[in-house]
Design a protein around this ligand. Sequence first.
Ligand code: SF4
Length: 485
Amino acid sequence: MGPRTSALSSSITTCTRPHADLTAATDDLRHRLTAVVGLTEPDAATVAAPLVRLAVIFGNRPFTLLEQARDELRVDRPAFRRLLDIFSQVPELRTAVESGPAGKYWRNTVLPLERRCAVEAALRHEPVFPRIVGLYPGLTCMFRCHFCVRVTGARYEASLLDSGTALLASVIDELPRDNPDATYLSGGLEPLTNPKVGTLASRAAARGQRVTIYTNAFALTDQTLRHQPGLWDLHAVRVSLYGLDDEEYEATTGKRKAFERVRANLRHFQKLRAERGSPVRLGMTYLVLPGRAARLLDLVDFIADLNEAAPDRPIDFLNVREDYSSRPDGALSPDERAELRDSLGRFEARALDRAPTLSIDFGYALESMRMGMDAEMIRIRPETMRPSAHPQIAVQVDLRGDVYLYREAGFPDLAGADRYIAGRIGPDTSLAEVVRNFVASGRRIAAQPGDEYFMDGFDQAVTARLNQLTTDRADGWGDARGFLR
Ligand code: SF4
């Protein structure tokens, strides 16, 4: 690609960004359409602007319906069909969508699932094995986070430890060998409260799985690591951080002096993995809660401080998230959002300086904010939940063997969550059978107010995508459904 061509490309590939020069992008696209696609000058001049507009729509609002997009472009169906055909012949336009403010949805969730055909299987109600299986081995949790749906005091009976862990092991034995990312250990409750969770990590690793454990790290102690050597077979440990000092931890989790303990555990873990030359990755998720937007710079210092415990094995990754569960107490105030927006640049600069190897992921909302705009968030409501859910894409299994259809439903005694159990595995019933029976039964779940909280961000994105594809198909856009695939 020569310098002129490259300049043309870059104005097109960045046209979805806020404040992009759309006139330049349209001009450059016109040139590409004549040179590469073979359109005549007048033809290229007519279609270039609507093509750029299409990229902007789907780079910012990935779940837009094709008929909505057509409406915004004010073109008839044949003209729209032609635009879609031409769009697919210009790779720079696709890049513009995938790297736009909503690109995370495309890159992280929608396109990988489309490539695996899991989305199509869900649309067709096919009884296929779930693409992703969450294992929820925790018996209880030592925290009581104010935003967590878990029922205070509810836990799994200790007598389930052996039988429940064996059930989860049997699920691991069912995982397809051609998908190394088919499972993870999480909750539900805190997975490290299961004293046998290391055996699950080893078993999954032996089956070729790259397993991440999602933990609060309170129990990631030296004793745990000695008693559970299987934890060293994990691919990654992802720690949910609930504050940056004891007071913040207590305010969020209800547990006193928890921060210092988590910090000591992380330091020790880092030292041990450096000494062992262990490939386990270590990273964190930091949720920016109301009142904490100003703490991002301290977060970098916290990580840099941890890195001093093992300079050759610094923390690998950090996910910064805004709570967009749509709970009233999760939202940041407009002032705080403005503060957060202003501090993101300083945060990145400080991270580059103090933790240069740290891989930072901002998630959808903050990624958009970083690009200088407020993302339009997906908001699945009970009326837009899918009565058939999406077990072909993901399910979660707890210690009772219950197979949950949504990620935030797998907590003991959670009111209404039992309606989202597809079935129960057992010594004589495999996960594949549970899913097959659920799908074959044609069971439909009528959502009730509040049910949307059983879904996490992934479930919401998947539901939005499936709804989009269903409507596009019903609107007669079957072969073009979903815009990008
Ligand atoms: S969010 Fe996680 S750590 Fe907090 S109470 Fe719920 S299960 Fe426990």
